[in-house]
Design a protein around this ligand. Structure first.
Ligand SMILES: Cc1cc2nc3c(=O)[nH]c(=O)nc-3n(C[C@H](O)[C@H](O)[C@H](O)COP(=O)(O)O)c2cc1C
Length: 138
């Protein structure tokens, strides 16, 4: 059973770029081992993450993430069964933007990464987040 979970959270205010790099490095290592794939978007203030994989692995990963003091106010956006991986095969694809990271085309990036999502609600939630964060009209 393949499972997909998305959530949004708020970064601890003192978080710096090297923290994000550390998170990505550890995530890629662990996720590869656990057969978890997904996407992490960070705009300098909020995280948006998608996790995909065997349901037990996704739930255990999310449980660890949820207690991580580097962010707070986690809100689960979706949790659903999927037939195939919809976010590609990255152990953790990423897009960093905002004031700390320098500007990037977050909208275009997220649109491309959500292209094959079968659930229009999840797709619109992620795209809406990207549009909102970038300040472009929705
Ligand atoms: C925004 C955010 C996203 C994270 N994503 C992952 C992830 O995809 N996979 C993962 O194993 N850990 C992720 N982590 C790190 C975990 O919270 C935790 O530090 C890591 O899994 C190591 O756990 P351990 O020290 O118990 O081994 C993330 C942390 C944050 C703050």
């Amino acid at each position: 059973m393949l499972h997909q979970l998305t959530y949004i959270s708020t970064a601890r205010p003192t978080l710096i770029l090297s923290d994000v790099e550390q998170i990505l490095q550890a995530s890629r290592r662990r996720n590869e081992r656990d057969q978890v794939t997904g996407l992490l978007i960070f705009d300098g203030k909020r995280f948006l993450q998608a996790l995909e994989g065997p349901i037990d692995a996704v739930e255990q990963t999310f449980a660890r993430i949820a207690t991580d003091p580097r962010h707070r106010a986690l809100v689960k956006l979706s949790s659903r069964h999927v037939d195939t991986r919809e976010f590609g095969n990255w152990s953790m694809g990423s897009h960093l933007t905002g004031p700390v990271m320098g500007k990037g085309d977050v909208v275009g990036h997220v649109e491309a990464m959500t292209e094959s999502l079968t659930d229009p609600n999840v797709r619109e939630t992620l795209r809406g987040f990207a549009r909102l964060r970038s300040g472009s009209p929705s």
